[in-house]
Design a protein around this ligand. Sequence first.
Ligand code: OAK
Length: 829
Amino acid sequence: EFGDRKAKAEKMFGLMDGFLKNDSISLQKDILDHVEFTVARSRFNFDDFEAYQALAHSVRDRLIERWHDTHLHFKKKDPKRIYFLSLEFLMGRSLTNSVINLGIQDQYADALTQLGFDFEVLAEQEGDAALGNGGLARLAACQMDSLATLDYPAWGYGLRYQYGLFRQIIVDGFQHEQPDFWLNFGNPWEIERVHVSYPVKFYGTVKEEVLNGKKCKIWIPGESVEAVAYDNPIPGYGTRNAINLRLWAAKPSDQYDMESYTTGDYINAIVNRQKAETISNVLYPDDRSYQGKELRLKQQYFFVSASLQDIIRRFKDLHSNFDEFPDKVALQINDTHPSISIAEVMRVLVDEENLNWSKAWGIACSIFSVTIHAVQPEGLEKIPVDLLGSVLPRHLEIIYEINHRLMEELKKSFGQDYDRLSRMSIVEEGAVKSIRMANLSLACCHTVNGVSRVHLETLKTRVFKDFYELWPQKFQCKTNGVTQRRWIVVSNPSLCSIISKWLGTEAWIRNIDLIAGLREYAKDPDLHTEWKNMKRVNKMRLAEYIETLTSVKVSLDAMFDVQIKRIHAYKRQLLNILGIIHRYDCIKNMDESDKRRVVPRVCIIGGKAAPGYEVAKKIIKLCHAVADKVNNDPDVGDLLKVVFIPDYNVSVAELVIPGSDLSQHLSTAGHEASGTGCMKFLMNGCLLLATADGSAVEIAEEIGAANMFLFGAKVDEVPALREKGTTLKGSLQFARVVRMVRDGYFGFKDYFKSLCDTVEDGGDFYLLGYDFASYLEAQAAADRAFVDQVKWTQMSILSTAGSGKFSSDRTIEEYAQQSWGIEPCKCPF
Ligand code: OAK
């Protein structure tokens, strides 16, 4: 029989003409076929967008080919797999990344030229897949790239939102949100798997029954929604492996509403069916505050339940004994959002697979690990008990049972220390009785990861102090990293060529440690020339983009100074703007000879504010108000320009980062868990102006503090400074710039009053006043360094050369070895 199958497979392979061909003629033919038959346009008449669609489909074919081979190979080898559960993935565009990772970029560029198109122009047609908010979500995307590249047998699981993160439009300087219906024009990067679907149940009641003399719980759900898989192949670089990111979409289930059809209420039955789809409709645009929303909980459970059914089905294909589960399955939960999966695994093992509690708990504890991406205890997710009990009644019972056993165990260690027990309890008593999802994760996971050394320290000594004292071995540091494929190779091709040329190899694209080899040439004048040219060309591209979007003309000789990230009080964009006001004020008070010594600056800010976040929205408006004043002031000219880049997203970052000279990371020390934006700038040779927070501390160790501009209070100084509260006075300079805003120098006096209050009367929680003087000093140091272009270029080269540690390849290797216990599983060529 096997012989038969083999012969059949060989015949089919022959009929298919072997693997897809990648020479220029085959690619041209392939693209034209897709124009004609997939896009259904005439091959004699199609525009850039249609050409992009055809091109994308041709690339997709090649992705699918490798993705099939990879999964066959995984199935054959049956290694332990890592399943990465995340409610958010911020993938951005896929085209350029895919052809680079597949190793066929030049062939495609060539094929398109022959057809009269330009690859880069077509690449611009693609919209962003923005199924996430910020750091956590983009990190997940970088890690998927590393998992594929390093040949790990990995799966990503998430939600296929119909609406990604809102589009930001700016009207009169105010942010407005518009829906991002990213699927409007189709999505060539996904494969709809109508036959891969699972029912996900909600609501209902729990009954106790005696089966075979054993008491057991039966959940009788009240609603069922179907989860349909959409697969997104993720190609590795320099390998045949392409792994899968499986995103679930909610579809109405046929099972439950048959009754309404038979009762004749046809129209209502259809309307109700459609309601099921709302579960995967929209991404929550608020990345820090949890409001105990029912839909959010349903989203979490929906993707977790479908993913676990899928994982268990795959396990059962080859195994029948759950003792082997931990040898085959590692589950990583990205922050606490998927932590309901712990209760779900217990429910499946105990209620459906009939394992006893201790055995099931032993399995759960050996498969789960979690990474925490927040710092503030109040940022940790809590679900009101009433809500959980209504949506997932059986899970609530299970969580109570886990908590009961946890409390018993704690009593053994801590006796009657009730304060401690109540802090560690999964159930929070209080006005609204809630489930602490972080405590649930801590109770179960074998590893709890922080995302930088400083962050892990905060978790150990503050946020999860009690848990650390009990289980110190669980706590691990996995300093974040980003993928050099996207953040250098895709987004900065000129830098990529320079690095490869000077290192004499492209091997750094897979082995980032080699990038340190650039240090040797940090003073080489020839490298300096190439480096400066590269930067100038990137700045030119950015300047054009700025002019198109904002009509502001900027000088390429100015220092491009950038702060792009979500707008948050703790990230202190306000500090940046107040610094800009100070700079403006200084220029206004200068005579002409002083002005000649000013280093011209283009201050670029970009980022979205959560729709309900008033303070963040005021910061955006202030930025525009200041820009209006400064950019139209003839006394200032090219010495200072202020630009707000609207609708910041991954593809905007790919354009902005390579064109920046300086980047700002201003979080109050102790508030940024890691920060990954700084790593992208670092790789691109942009100098960092930063507080000693999150990963910046480790960056300083790698490149030397002298090669960046550090400022501000240190992590361990912050609590004492806060204690001093209102007695802490900012400098006179600080008072002056805040006064300018208060007095209406930039208009909108009443509107900005509350913003000014937050840094003065409001107690200045984020210490803007305290840090202002040292911020200005760091800015002055950056100006001085920029004047000496040789020194600046050398610092820039040393930044890139020192960025090796901050590759997600390193992070993923650490996870694989220290948390997941998985080995590479490379698909043979
Ligand atoms: C989002 C939602 C809830 C909790 C945390 C986040 C988040 O995005 N956190 C960010 O994660 C990044 C990746 O680890 C870190 O670099 C950022 O510092 C952190 O704020």
